[in-house]
Design a protein around this ligand. Structure first.
Ligand code: HEC
Length: 293
């Protein structure tokens, strides 16, 4: 408790708006994203690491551009402690080609995971570029969400912050009392992310019969049918609703439909990639409780 009060006093002195510490840490489901070079990054496969630091990136974000050197320093500092540092681009305005160009221009060095559906950023509650999220990949806890740490200023009169290092330490410790620390901060307008699909689906939850079922028929029931090779048949709303947490997970980890690859890399010709809009429709429908109507 003491630490939080101290931190609060400090934050007020730094002009940071607020800090919350929850009673229990936020959990995150597994996911799998491809980076700008086509390599896959599945969160659960980082379980050999103590923590994974995600830096939210948008090509337009001036805060990112100011901090690219800081990100490299962070990586140099944390990697020896068994921490992976990666970037996450969830901007609805960027694509793989523009991310690759930015990566070259700024010599970014860190892999940039492409969250084309924005579903990972949504589940991590990221709202802007420049935001940092620290995850414990063994326990699948979010330990920190907020800005980059600041060094001491004014000749040491204003102390620096150590949120990221603290979160990494929390990931290393076996204590049960870990918590999600959230620090709000201001970011320039060019760093704010828009989530058009989430907004649309919050206003109009996808309709089971006219929007959800046609996607399942097109993409899944070739195998998930009575007598098919899939382990369950998607033959009723009740069945699909019952399986919906698993369906969400296989979509976010890109396990289903099988044999997905990055279409811009084209390892296989028979890739069964689903358009982003379809994945968003299914996942937002599931998040809304997979309603019948
Ligand atoms: C080409 C055939 C095929 C297609 C198409 C397919 N599946 Fe599957 N699915 C399988 C098989 C085989 C398994 C069991 C083996 C496995 O888990 O990989 C499976 C397993 C699953 C599971 C259970 C996973 C688990 O760990 O128990 C879910 C959920 C699932 N599929 C959802 C989907 C969804 C959603 C789609 C459409 C977006 C889809 N599948 C498309 C063949 C398919």
């Amino acid at each position: 408790m003491m630490r939080i009060f101290n931190a609060l006093a400090l934050l007020i002195s730094l002009g940071i708006t607020s800090l919350h510490a929850n009673a229990a840490p936020e959990r995150v489901g597994d996911f799998n994203l491809i980076d700008q070079e086509g390599s896959a990054h599945q969160l659960s496969k980082y379980a050999y690491q103590k923590a994974v630091v995600f830096i939210s990136l948008a090509n337009s974000c001036s805060l990112n551009q100011k901090d690219f050197t800081e990100y490299k320093i962070l990586k140099t500092k944390l990697e020896p402690l068994g921490v992976s540092v990666v970037m996450l681009n969830a901007s609805s305005k960027d694509d793989v080609n523009s991310v690759r160009r930015l990566h070259d221009t700024f010599n970014i060095e860190l892999p940039v995971l492409l969250d084309d559906t924005q579903l990972v950023a949504e589940s991590l509650k990221i709202s802007k570029a420049g935001e940092i999220v620290v995850i414990d990949p063994k326990r699948m806890f979010v330990l920190y969400r907020g800005p980059l740490d600041t060094p001491p200023r004014g000749g040491g009169r204003v102390p620096g912050t150590t949120y990221i290092v603290d979160a990494v330490q929390a990931a290393q410790s076996d204590t049960r009392n870990v918590d999600t620390v959230v620090v709000d901060f201001e970011a320039p307008a060019d760093c704010q992310l828009e989530f058009p699909a989430r907004q649309l689906h919050a206003q109009n939850v996808p309709d089971y019969e006219t929007e959800v079922a046609p996607i399942l028929i097109e993409r899944c029931t070739g195998c998930h049918i009575d007598g098919g090779i899939g382990p369950f048949a998607m033959n009723s709303h009740q069945m699909i609703q019952g399986w919906s947490p698993m369906i969400r997970e296989v979509l976010l980890t890109k396990r289903m439909p099988p044999a997905q690859v990055d279409p811009s890399i084209r390892h296989f010709n028979n890739a069964r990639n689903m358009p982003d809009e379809e994945v968003q429709t299914l996942v937002h429908w599931i998040d809304a409780g997979a309603p019948r109507e």
